[in-house]
Design a protein around this ligand. Structure first.
Ligand SMILES: Cc1cc2nc3c(=O)[nH]c(=O)nc-3n(C[C@H](O)[C@H](O)[C@H](O)COP(=O)(O)OP(=O)(O)OC[C@H]3O[C@@H](n4cnc5c(N)ncnc54)[C@H](O)[C@@H]3O)c2cc1C
Length: 376
C-alpha cells in the first residue's frame, strides 16, 4: 500500500469510500480553463473525466473577453506567454468552429488605449513598445468619431477580443462530442494523491480514480479539501459588467477607468469593477451607475443608449494576478491550472497546451517559472 503525499494520512487507492470510476485524467472545473484543458488532453489520446457543476458567479461566462496582453503589460516570460496565447486565438477559434459547427466571434481589429488628458498621454507614451503605436487625437477621432475628445491613444494592433458565451458553447459542444471525454455533473469535495495516482471524492459520494488530476475550479479551487497550499492564496475578485443596447464604436476601447467592447450582436459590453466581496456575485446599483458613467466619459454617445443587462462574476485572483500553472511541488500527479485572475480567457489556449504537455511528459516550450505553484 502507498501512503499519500497529500498529508491526509490515508491510503488513497485502498480505503476511500464510493464506487470507483477510472480515467487517465480527472479535470476538476467547468469554466474555460477546465474545458480547454480537457479537450487538449483528450486530443493527445488520454481518457478524461470532466467533473463539476456550474456555480453562479463563475468567471468565464461573465468575462469581457478582451485578448489584451498589451494592456497592463506584464514583463518577461509572463508577457511572452500571454502574447503567444493571444496569437494562438485565430487558429484555436477556427478549429473550434470546425469541430462544433458553431461560430465564435473574434475581433482582431486591435485595441485603442485612450488618454483623456495630457497627464494620461505622457504616462501612456512612456509605455509604448512595438508593434503598438501612438495615435494623435485627430487620428483617434478618424478611427472612432463617437469617442470623447482625447489627448491621443496607444493603438495595440495585435490585441482584440473574443465573445466568451459563444466560445463556451463551442467548447462545451466539442467536449460533448469527444469520444475520450466523459462528464460528471458532480463537484469535487476532496482530493487524495499518491505517487501512483489520485482519487477525487464528490458531493454525490462518487470516487474518481485517475493517474492525474487537473485542478481548474476557478475561485472555488482552494475550497476543495486536499487542494494544497499552492492554491490557498486564490481569492474571488468580483467584477461587475453592463451591456448597452447599441455599439457606436468598432474597436475595443480602454480608458484608465474602464473599457468598452463592441459585440457582433450590436451590443457593447462595458466594465469592469474589481471588488473583494467574497463569493457574493450580485450586482450593485452604485457599481452599475459607476460603469455607465465611466463608459459615457469615454464615449458620450452612451448617455443616450439604454442599458440592456448587467451581471457579475468572480475572477480567481492570485496576489500577483498571474495564474498558477504546474505540478504541486510535493505531489507531481496534481496539476494546477487556476488563479488566472483578469486574463483567463486570454490565457486559456496556452494553459491547456502546457497542462497537456506536463501530463504527457512533453517539456513545455514556454517558461512557466512566473506561474510556479507554491510561489505565494
Ligand atoms: C467581470 C469579468 C471580466 C473579465 N474580463 C476578462 C477579459 O476581458 N479577458 C480575459 O482574458 N479574462 C477576463 N476575465 C477573467 C476570466 O474570466 C477568468 O480568468 C477565467 O474565466 C477563469 O476561468 P476558470 O475556468 O479558471 O474559472 P471559472 O470560469 O470561474 O470556472 C470555474 C468553474 O469551476 C466550477 N467549480 C467550482 N467548484 C467546483 C468543484 N468543487 N468541483 C468542480 N467544479 C467546481 C465552478 O462552478 C465554475 O463554473 C474576466 C472576469 C470577470 C469576472
Amino acid at each position: 500500500m502507498l501512503r499519500t503525499n497529500s498529508g491526509l494520512g490515508s491510503y488513497a487507492h485502498m480505503t476511500l469510500p464510493g464506487r470507483e470510476m477510472v480515467a487517465d485524467v480527472t479535470v476538476v472545473g467547468t469554466g474555460i480553463i477546465a474545458l480547454t484543458a480537457a479537450i487538449e488532453i483528450a486530443d493527445r489520446g488520454l481518457s478524461v473525466r470532466l467533473l463539476g457543476t456550474t456555480h453562479s458567479g463563475n468567471a468565464s461566462s461573465a468575462a469581457g473577453g478582451m485578448l489584451a496582453p498589451s494592456i497592463g503589460r506584464e514583463t518577461g516570460s509572463a508577457h511572452a506567454f500571454a502574447a503567444a496565447s493571444r496569437d494562438n486565438y485565430p487558429g484555436f477559434v477556427a478549429a473550434l468552429a470546425e469541430r462544433s459547427g458553431l461560430t465564435v466571434p473574434l475581433n482582431t481589429g486591435g485595441i485603442l488605449e485612450i488618454a483623456l488628458d495630457e497627464a494620461e498621454a505622457t504616462a501612456l507614451m512612456a509605455t509604448i513598445e512595438r508593434p503598438s503605436i501612438w495615435y494623435s487625437s485627430n487620428e483617434v477621432r478618424m478611427e472612432e468619431p463617437s469617442l470623447a475628445d482625447t489627448a491621443g491613444a496607444v493603438y495595440h494592433p495585435l490585441d482584440g477580443s473574443v465573445e466568451p458565451l459563444p466560445l463556451l458553447d463551442a467548447l462545451s459542444s466539442v467536449v460533448a462530442k469527444h469520444e475520450r471525454i466523459t462528464t460528471a455533473r458532480e463537484d469535487c469535495c476532496e482530493l487524495h494523491a499518491t505517487e501512483l495516482g489520485c482519487n477525487v471524492l464528490t458531493n454525490m459520494e462518487s470516487r474518481f480514480a485517475s493517474d492525474y488530476v487537473v485542478l481548474a475550479a476557478g475561485a472555488w479551487t482552494p475550497l476543495i479539501v486536499g487542494a494544497g497550499n499552492a492554491v490557498a492564496s486564490v481569492q474571488p475578485l468580483r467584477g461587475q459588467m453592463i451591456a448597452f443596447e447599441g455599439t457606436p464604436i468598432r474597436h475595443v476601447t480602454c480608458g484608465a477607468e474602464g473599457y468598452l467592447i463592441p459585440r457582433t450582436d450590436g451590443y457593447t459590453v462595458a466594465g469592469g469593477t474589481m471588488e473583494q466581496a467574497g463569493f457574493d456575485s450580485a450586482t450593485t446599483p452604485d457599481a452599475i451607475e459607476s460603469i455607465r458613467s465611466r463608459a459615457t466619459k469615454l464615449c458620450p454617445a452612451f448617455s443616450a443608449i439604454p442599458i440592456h443587462s448587467s451581471w457579475a462574476g468572480l475572477r480567481p485572483a492570485t496576489p500577483d494576478l498571474l495564474p498558477i500553472i504546474g505540478a504541486d511541488p510535493d505531489r507531481p500527479r496534481v496539476i494546477y491550472a487556476c488563479g488566472h485572475s483578469r486574463n483567463g480567457i486570454l490565457l486559456a489556449p496556452l494553459t491547456a497546451a502546457v497542462v497537456a504537455d506536463l501530463i504527457t511528459g512533453v517539456v513545455p516550450r514556454y517558461d512557466l517559472s512566473r506561474f510556479r505553484p507554491g510561489r505565494h
